[in-house]
Write a protein that binds this ligand. Structure first.
Ligand SMILES: C/C=C/C(=O)SCCNC(=O)CCNC(=O)[C@H](O)C(C)(C)COP(=O)(O)OP(=O)(O)OC[C@H]1O[C@@H](n2cnc3c(N)ncnc32)[C@H](O)[C@@H]1OP(=O)(O)O
Length: 271
């Protein structure tokens, strides 16, 4: 099932959703329409109890070139008419905050299939708001440098720090130097690098297929517990694991999978 918007496409294949940034002529730059559409699509997924995974990617040679620079977005550039558009400073902030927080908070795994450069808050930020980043070799990630007298936005100062720590985040922010996917893999910025767009697509399909073999309820519980662990003391996290397992152990999903798992082990042992 494909839901066609003007600047993105949203496909649903069973429990797996795919959002494709779809302005290849403009390197998938985020214009006001795309921001509205992303907000709508992410909001729809948040309310979708059957969704088990999201793949976010870009059409063409870039993941995204970030915010559309041809649209005025700094307050001082706006005349009265422009100020009533989505790119008035207030509205841009509202949309970027809700998209990034909405994406980050989706209760199932999210994968950025980084098919090319991911630039600035708009592009790099969207990729960082996903749980996993699988990238094509040669894709570059960069922030608009501190020299431009801007502070990172779209959550980059927070999301990137979680993945690569404060020192490398500062390095990227201060110097604005692009980081290649294959270098970012060593930093923990990227989970996997693949040699071509085709190899990336194949691998993303494999990961999604693997997620599909897990029960959606268990996946959601697992993500919730791991996210909680990032901010909890050990003893609280131990308790949360126990409560979560108490719930999953009672599920039909667990009973079914446990039987198959033990059966598999028995067969292995019998060999
Ligand atoms: C609040 C702010 C948050 C942010 O996200 S800040 C980040 C803003 N983004 C940037 O600073 C990146 C700007 N773009 C570039 O630096 C370059 O592009 C690239 C290095 C990404 C790629 O360069 P190349 O391969 O030479 O392509 P090309 O000819 O520059 O671009 C192809 C077409 O795409 C349009 N385009 C590229 N980036 C943007 C953008 N960010 N906003 C609007 N349009 C963009 C161009 O203008 C052009 O279009 P046409 O073919 O019609 O001339």
């Amino acid at each position: 099932m494909t839901q066609k918007y003007e600047t993105i496409s949203v496909e649903r294949d069973g429990a797996v959703a795919r959002i494709t940034l779809d302005r290849p002529d403009k390197l998938n730059a985020l214009d006001p329409v795309m921001l509205e559409e992303l907000l709508d699509a992410v909001g729809g997924l948040a309310a979708d109890e059957d969704a088990a995974a999201l793949v976010l990617t870009g059409r063409g040679r870039l993941f995204s070139a970030g915010v559309d620079l041809s649209t005025p977005f700094f307050m001082e550039d706006l005349d009265e008419k422009q100020a009533s558009t989505v790119f008035s400073g207030k509205r841009l902030l509202d949309r970027q905050h809700r998209i990034i927080a909405g994406l980050y908070e989706l209760p199932f795994p999210t994968i950025a299939a980084v098919n090319g450069d991911a630039v600035g808050g708009g592009g790099f930020g969207l990729a960082m708001a996903c749980d996993l980043r699988l990238a094509v070799r040669g894709a570059r990630f960069w922030m608009v440098p501190g020299a431009l007298a801007v502070v990172q936005d779209f959550g980059l100062s927070w999301l990137t720090q979680k993945a690569i720590g404060p020192s490398r985040t500062l390095q990227m922010a201060l110097l604005g130097k692009p980081v290649l996917a294959e270098v970012g893999e060593g930093w923990g910025l990227v989970n996997e690098v693949h040699d071509s767009p085709e190899a990336l697509r194949t691998r993303v399909d494999e990961v999604v297929a693997q997620l599909n073999t897990m029960g959606p309820d268990a996946i959601r519980m697992l993500k919730l517990v791991i996210r909680n662990g990032a901010t909890s003391p050990l003893r609280e996290q131990l308790a949360m694991e126990a409560v979560a397992n108490g719930l999953t152990f009672q599920s039909a999903e667990f009973a079914e999978r446990k039987a198959a798992y033990l059966d598999g082990l028995r067969k292995k042992g019998a060999k």
